[in-house]
Write a protein that binds this ligand. Structure first.
Ligand code: PLP
Length: 285
């Protein structure tokens, strides 16, 4: 497959937008690099080109970016067929379908999105008068993201007074940017809920923060949590099944957390907690 840049400004954070011109991924369609790359692959003995590939970015909720990308990449697909006489059997529109990290997020169902994509591709192929290639998509977080949540234990809390006299309560937990780098990396939003007990206490504006040595070590930037949340309580942060464990690090030389699978009320440890001994095991004596 040849990854192409469709020149699309996806509606998402710049760091996870991957199909505008000024970024590192893909051969530019507008600049002619994509067609040239295809020419060279077609001419190279031993290489078989299956198709064009576009991935416009991640955590995208509106389909217009996918639509623009699909139409632009299909035009190149048709141009390759016309000019080089090569019919590419596949067409890959990548992933990037947003999931609900907070109650503000309203994702479309993947099956619904897939139907829309297929319709766009069918329409454009009819306009371009080309056969329908096999359509692939690569939904990453839409599969794995909602499958997990992270459970943190509260350490300390403190309340600060903000300009205008309002206040914010900081709730520190026993994890942070080593188990979820996304908020620190590109201001990703998450939500949190008190998981270890019920509380009828008044909700107060809270910021859930980690235990690392950065003020930017934020787990959940803004959340209303019961005012009686205190040390020892457990907080659940949903939507952490993608890009959390796989991006986890030993930031500050902190050992990584365990992963537990739960089904039908049964829990099974699938990744054990990392120990200090694990970290020291790489030291050469
Ligand atoms: C080429 C490609 N396809 C698909 C994905 C999946 O993206 P998402 O998890 O946002 O759906 C990624 C993520 O980085 C990617 O780089």
């Amino acid at each position: 497959m040849v990854r192409v840049t469709a020149g699309v400004e996806a509606h998402t954070h710049e760091y996870i937008s991957t199909s505008h011109e000024d970024q590192k991924f893909g051969f530019s369609i507008a600049g002619g690099d994509a067609l040239e790359a295809v020419r060279r692959i077609v001419a190279a003995p031993g290489l078989k080109l299956l198709g064009l590939h576009s991935h416009i970015g991640s955590q995208i909720f509106v389909t217009d970016g996918f639509e623009v990308a699909a139409r632009r990449v299909l035009r190149l697909h048709a141009e390759i067929e016309r000019e080089l006489g090569v019919t590419l059997p596949e067409f890959d529109l990548g992933g990037g379908f947003g999931i609900a990290y907070t109650t503000q997020d309203d994702p479309r169902h993947p099956a619904d999105l897939a139907r829309s994509m297929r319709k766009i591709v069918e329409e454009e192929c009819a306009v371009l008068d080309i056969g329908l290639p096999k359509l692939s998509i690569e939904p990453g977080r839409a599969i794995a993201g909602p499958a997990a949540f992270t459970l943190y234990e509260v350490g300390t809390t403190k309340t600060v007074t903000l300009d205008g006299g309002t206040s914010r309560r900081y709730v520190s937990v026993d994890g942070g940017m080593s188990d979820n780098i996304r908020p620190a990396l590109y201001s990703a939003d998450y939500s949190a809920t008190l998981a270890s007990r019920e509380s009828a206490a008044t909700p107060v504006l809270s910021r859930v923060v980690g235990k690392h040595c950065e003020s930017g070590d934020i787990v959940v930037k803004d959340e209303y949590l019961p005012s009686d949340v205190a040390a020892g309580d457990l907080l659940a942060v949903p939507g952490t099944g993608a890009y959390c464990r796989s991006l986890a690090s030993n930031y500050n030389h902190v050992p990584r957390a365990a992963v537990v699978a739960v089904r039908g009320g049964e829990a099974r440890l699938i990744l054990r907690r990392e120990t200090v001994e694990d970290l020291l095991a790489l030291d050469v004596e």
